[in-house]
Design a protein around this ligand. Sequence first.
Ligand code: GDP
Length: 210
Amino acid sequence: MLNPFAQAQFVMSCAELAQCPRDGRPELAFSGRSNSGKSSALNALCGHKGLARVSKTPGRTQLINLFELPTGERLVDLPGYGYAKVPGRVRQDWARMVGTYVEQRTSLQGIVLIMDCRHPLTDHDRQMLEWVRNGQRPCHILLSKSDKLGFGAGKNTFLKVRRDLQAMGVSAGVQLFSAQTGQGLDEARAALWKLLPSAAGLAIEIAPSL
Ligand code: GDP
């Protein structure tokens, strides 16, 4: 598959929701706890090593980073969450900003939730899924760093997360993903691309004419 995210380019960082553009362009947002592999996943999806910063100090930034695709649609890197050293006030600010964004941003087309496959569905992930449900957002979950688990353990995790989501009443795509080995990369690109409105347009363009 042609990589529809290959030409993503950094546009701007926003410290507040009010700074985010109000042009109504469709957005796909990436969320995950600090160290979940969110930056690595974004870089792998876009095939661009330095696009999102892979941080060694989780929780360092609380910025919303925006990337633009040639279609004009955007990828939105939401600030990571759940880092123990972050003070309570910062956590509250995070919850207000990200919760409002996920529940209310009209241009938001879907959420990509990144969870380390060895520690899925933390309290923060569950909070995010509640916002996803409140906002009635499509959601695709990447169980990241799947290279850290063997085949059987990975499959069990996948099945358990799917069961837990069902029990929570959340409807979301789930898959194993490794930025390191590329496991699940094509599947993720295809699933995420489908969440964006111009997917239909591109499908027509690249489909061989009959
Ligand atoms: P973020 O804080 O969620 O943006 O996470 P990062 O992308 O910065 O990754 C956190 C750590 O996990 C880094 O040390 C990465 O090298 C590592 N990591 C990310 N993705 C993978 C993966 O697919 N496999 C393995 N083994 N490590 C990964």
